[in-house]
Ligand binder design. Structure first.
Ligand code: S3P
Length: 415
């Protein structure tokens, strides 16, 4: 059953979170088209609502009113969303707020020391449970700092940048490897004083409110990767995904697919509000294994589960190294990938910081444990397309975290 057709996808999750948070700092009503439809972004919208930032949704348009924040009366529920937790902690620290943040079981097990340390350096008072949620933040006025990130993380970088907007003096952040730069692009396009020099970012505090804005969010390239993989591994496939983010810090998956021998053609590339956007056509060609190393990891961090599936169908080994951050995502994704690939009969070796997939493999359908992780559930749904009969996934509801339309879209392109 080849994969064929032309599809449009809901807005990018990372850009959606940032658009809502920066709209909250504006002086009036912002209009956001094609916001991510996932529960994570809804968590951000609800948390902002609890802080007095009103918004309403009409079909795929969200109207959100910037204004003054109020300290919420109960803890903010960040659900499953690391981006909500980390970016909002920074943003609200810079707004002299008293807030508590909590989340579900998965989020409550994820490391928050990485934001607590720099935000505390800036002057926020934060108490927590062994560097994990729940967090209590109490902030008076913050100072700008110079900070070198110990791990490559766009969430940590953006948390500090958003805190810096409300601090006194400039903040300088240095990244070990460049990570997704949506915060930098959005702040610059909204007229904030910010400069970026290779891996160094200098942010100045806001002088007042941001001007309200209207924005269309490009389709999510991380969601696109699932369908692109299906098209790349099934003979006679040819799929076009319209209007997705082609931001160079996000397209490591597509570069890797090309390196593996897959057919990838970008078209209609153009900039929208500073973000590179385009259509991508993916078609089947025989694939071979590749090596993915530490410096490439940030540009495809969320795509590693689906890259593992792709690599299982290729000719020759694929090695992924320097990806230990996968162990602290929604679940331990290295373990989840290796366990589920093994269940499908793939020869995979688990490493501390990645995995090695040996080939050739004949994929057999299996019972898959998603560990409640949306990207594991979607990756192994796609893996099942190459296994004769579909995989049994223990929990498909978790796909709603990022992409409620996943199954419906997939059905529409199986011909
Ligand atoms: C994100 C950054 C990445 C990514 C996450 C979204 C963001 O996390 O895995 O899904 O929007 O900044 P890290 O920055 O922690 O690697």
């Amino acid at each position: 059953m080849p994969i064929r057709g032309i599809i449009h996808l809901p807005g990018d999750k990372s850009i959606s979170h940032r658009a809502l948070m920066l709209a909250a700092l504006s002086d009036g009503e912002c209009i956001i088209h094609n916001l991510s439809t996932g529960e994570d972004v809804e968590s951000t919208r609800n948390c902002l609502q609890d802080c007095g930032i009103e918004s309403r949704k009409e079909k795929s348009i969200v109207y959100i009113m910037g204004g003054d924040f109020k300290s919420p009366i109960s803890p903010l529920d960040c659900g499953n969303s690391g981006t909500t937790t980390r970016l909002l902690s920074g943003l609200l620290s810079g707004q002299e707020m008293d807030v508590q943040l909590m989340g579900d079981e998965s989020l409550s097990a994820r490391p928050m020391g990485r934001i607590i340390l720099p935000l505390t350096k800036m002057g926020a008072e934060i108490s927590c449970n062994d560097s994990k949620l729940p967090l209590s933040i109490s902030s008076k006025s913050l100072n700008g700092i110079e900070y070198t990130l110990p791990v490559a993380s766009a969430q940590v970088k953006s948390s500090i940048m958003f805190a810096a907007l409300g601090a006194m003096g400039k903040t300088k952040i240095v990244e070990p490897v460049k990570t997704r730069d949506h915060s930098e692009i959005m702040l610059e396009s909204l007229g904030v004083e910010i400069s970026v020099n290779k891996n160094e970012i200098l942010v100045s505090p806001l002088k007042g409110k941001l001007n309200s804005f209207e924005l269309t969010i490009p389709g999510d390239p991380s969601s696109a990767a699932f369908f692109a993989t299906a098209a790349a591994m099934i003979p006679n496939s040819d799929l076009t995904i319209k209007n997705i983010s082609a931001n160079p810090t996000r397209v490591g998956f597509f570069h890797s697919l090309e390196k593996m021998g897959g057919g990838v053609i970008w078209k209609n590339l153009h900039h929208e509000c500073g973000e590179l956007v385009g259509d991508v056509q993916i078609y089947y060609q025989p694939l071979h294994g590749i090596t993915i190393s530490k410096d490439q990891v940030p540009s495809l961090i969320d795509e590693l589960p689906i890259i593992a599936v792709l690599a299982s169908t290729a000719d020759g080994p694929t090695i992924v190294e320097g990806a230990e951050e996968l162990r602290v995502k929604e679940t331990d994704r290295i373990h989840a990938i290796c366990k589920n690939l093994s269940a499908m009969g793939v020869e995979v070796i688990e490493k501390k910081d990645g995995f090695i997939i040996n080939t050739p493999n004949i994929l057999q359908s299996a019972s898959i444990e998603s560990f409640g992780d949306h990207r594991i559930a979607m990756a192994f749904t796609i893996a099942g397309l190459n296994a004769g009969t579909y995989n049994q996934i223990d929990d498909m509801d978790c796909v709603n975290i990022s992409f409620p339309e996943f199954l419906e879209t997939l059905k529409s392109i199986i011909k």
